[in-house]
Ligand binder design. Structure first.
Ligand code: GAP
Length: 461
């Protein structure tokens, strides 16, 4: 009946699907858009929340050694000094001398096959950039004459609590979500007296003045991170690091990303806070393999820096021994995982000579679990259909839809990845039963309304 089409997924069609079906919109679109900012639509927010809930459940609620947190976004100006971000958090930029367009130097070098990244020194990047002269052209005017490479700080300033307009000691927006965890390390220890090793987890927004936000949700100026910081004894980092790497890989497999689309990449040039860093990369359509999560051995860098800058001792005492804990960090880009999930789920099939787009989301992640579809708008069908909706809505996220033909409604539900459709037809008032259609097999089964909830529960797993 149906045939899996061998087709190339392109990011272009996934982006267009995501807008059409209410998952992701360009931020401030009616004003022409704002670079690097996106809005999640009615179905996008459901999918996003499902990904975050799955993370929270596995990482915090299922783990006796993890504590959840939701720290304030705005933090004391000294936090970003202590963390090193006001000095060391920058991207290399050069400006086209003809049209003043700024280019991200490491990315331009990568495009012509030269290994480079933002952690390299300004001097080394300048050398490579000069050697590549003539091969790199400005994306806007096509000329190839650029200024020297300069590092540009990524923190975004605010005027929080500043009414002078001078803003000499700005409160920055968070450049990474995890700093709130270090600020609350002592609070959690004092409230719960956890034994080391233990972790603190939080999902929070991060803001970076990216030079060239690009690739849809992949590189934004506003994005969300799901972070854990695992506090350990200094000599435990090697073994625990491997455990954490294994756990994080497994999490992605459990989420439903296929393992052939995942791979590890170790960093050669390390960011200022890390002594070892590995990324989990996903094989995105069009973009290829790129980072979705960073796993970092941050040593005692953060707690030592905050001890120094705040004057508050953040060491940990155990059996008469006192030490600054080391930190193993996992930092997942929620938007990037969202993008990986929609990329993975996007499928096309040929059904009776027509192309069906179907989002094969794992059932636990699908934004809508059950659609209730009366075959006609006549009250004899809409009334029982609404009653079914009301009886199920507390158990599953349901959608009620009575518009257009049933075929079109099935296609619409396929396109948003709804695993099960419940159709109320003209036999329903008589036999007190409905037809349940499965998204993937498209098979239909007649089910008694009395048994519907249990049936759906079993199917949804
Ligand atoms: N606290 C550590 C940290 O922030 P990172 O490697 O800079 O490390 C962690 O970021 C994750 O955040 C990345 O793996 C990526 O998924 C996500 N991320 C980083 N920059 C991003 C951006 N501009 N847009 C979207 N996601 C981003």
């Amino acid at each position: 009946m149906k045939k899996e089409e061998k087709f190339e997924k392109t990011m272009e069609e996934i982006i267009s699907w995501s807008k059409r079906r209410g998952f992701v919109y360009q931020g401030s679109e009616i004003y022409g858009g704002l670079g690097g900012a996106f809005d999640f639509g009615p179905l996008g927010v459901e999918l996003l929340n499902n990904i975050k809930s799955f993370w929270w459940k596995k990482v915090v609620q299922d783990r006796p050694d993890y504590y959840g947190l939701d720290s304030a976004m705005f933090k004391h100006p000294k936090v970003w000094e202590a963390s090193g971000h006001t000095m060391g958090f920058s991207d290399p930029v050069a400006e086209c001398k003809n049209c003043n367009t700024r280019v991200r130097v490491d990315k331009e070098l990568n495009k012509i096959g030269i290994e480079a990244d933002e952690k390299m020194s300004e001097e080394n990047l300048n050398k490579l950039f000069k050697e590549a002269a003539g091969k790199i052209k400005c994306g806007k005017c096509g000329k190839g004459d650029f200024t020297d490479v300069r590092k540009f700080n990524l923190l975004i300033r605010s005027n929080y609590g500043d009414f002078t307009s001078k803003n000499s000691d700005p409160v920055f927006l968070p450049g990474e979500a995890c700093q709130g965890i270090y600020l609350n390390f002592k609070n959690v220890v004092d409230s719960f007296h956890p034994k080391i090793p233990f972790g603190i987890a939080q999902i929070g927004k991060a803001f970076r003045n990216e030079i060239s936000p690009r690739n849809f949700l992949f590189r934004c100026r506003e994005f969300e991170q799901a972070d854990t910081q695992y506090f350990i004894k200094p000599d435990e980092n090697k073994e625990k690091y491997e455990d954490i790497k294994r756990e994080r890989w497994q999490w992605y497999a459990d989420l439903g990303l296929s393992e052939e689309n995942l791979r590890w990449k170790q960093h050669e040039n390390l960011v200022f806070y890390a002594s070892d860093a590995w990324d989990i990369e996903y094989n995105f359509p069009t973009y290829g393999f790129d980072e979705i999560e960073g796993i970092h051995d941050r040593t005692d860098y953060d707690l030592a820096q905050h001890t120094k800058f705040s004057g508050v001792d953040l060491s940990y005492g155990e059996n008469g021994e006192k030490f600054i804990p080391w930190v193993l960090e996992t930092s997942m880009g929620v938007g990037r995982v969202f993008l990986a999930m929609i990329s993975e789920a996007y499928s096309k099939e040929e059904v009776k000579g027509e192309t069906r787009i179907v989002m094969k989301f794992p059932k636990k992640i699908a934004p809508v679990k059950v659609a209730i579809l009366p075959l006609s708008k006549k009250e004899e069908l809409t009334k029982p259909a609404m009653e079914i909706f009301d009886s199920l809505k507390d158990k599953f996220v349901c959608q009620y839809d009575e518009t257009q033909s049933i075929g079109r409604r099935y296609r619409r539900q396929d396109e948003i990845g709804t695993p099960l459709c419940v159709t109320v037809d003209f036999d329903t008032p008589e036999d007190k039963a409905v037809t349940v259609r499965d998204r993937d097999s498209m098979e239909q089964e007649r089910v008694k309304i009395d048994e519907l909830e249990v049936y759906l529960q079993k199917k949804l797993g």
